[in-house]
Design a protein around this ligand. Structure first.
Ligand code: SF4
Ligand code: SF4
Length: 135
């Protein structure tokens, strides 16, 4: 299952597919921004977790295409444990990454990594990075 991110208007099918992929109902979000306040990566993101949820709950996935927020997400679950609506936001972020990777589009190309970077990085970081960023 992939999520199309080409819709220019609110898309109910896109919301349904996101729920199928993540197991979460983004429609429950009440835009309190607790997730953004908890997020250690929010400053690095193009748009905040709250804004990601806002666009997702209206099915405006085209506006999420190309933003770095779900790639910057560290899957720390700090947002998820504090969300007053019980939404596992980390799983939504993972679903947004998956919709790109399932189209066989890598977020990073391993072969493009500088040899020095590969030599310096801990092996566990490389493996974790490849799992997260490559299809
Ligand atoms: S913490 Fe939960 S309810 Fe509040 S904005 Fe984030 S996802 Fe929505
Ligand atoms: S799981 Fe991702 S979005 Fe949520 S607080 Fe951690 S880094 Fe931020």
């Amino acid at each position: 299952m992939t999520i199309e991110m080409t819709a220019k208007t609110p898309s109910l099918p896109a919301i349904a597919r996101l729920k199928e992929l993540s197991g979460e109902s983004v429609k429950l979000c009440m835009q309190c921004a607790t997730c953004t306040g908890m997020c250690p990566m929010a400053q690095e993101m193009d748009i905040s977790p709250r804004r990601v949820m806002h666009l997702a709950q209206f099915g405006l996935l085209d506006r999420l295409s190309g933003v770095n927020s779900y790639w910057k997400c560290a899957s720390c679950h700090a947002c998820s444990v504090k969300c007053p609506r019980g939404i596992d936001i980390a799983r939504v972020m993972e679903a947004l990454r998956q919709q790109v990777l399932r189209k066989s589009r890598n977020h990073i190309e391993p072969s493009a990594l500088p040899r020095e970077t590969v030599a310096e990085m801990p092996q566990i970081a490389l493996v974790a990075g490849f799992r997260k960023f490559t299809s």
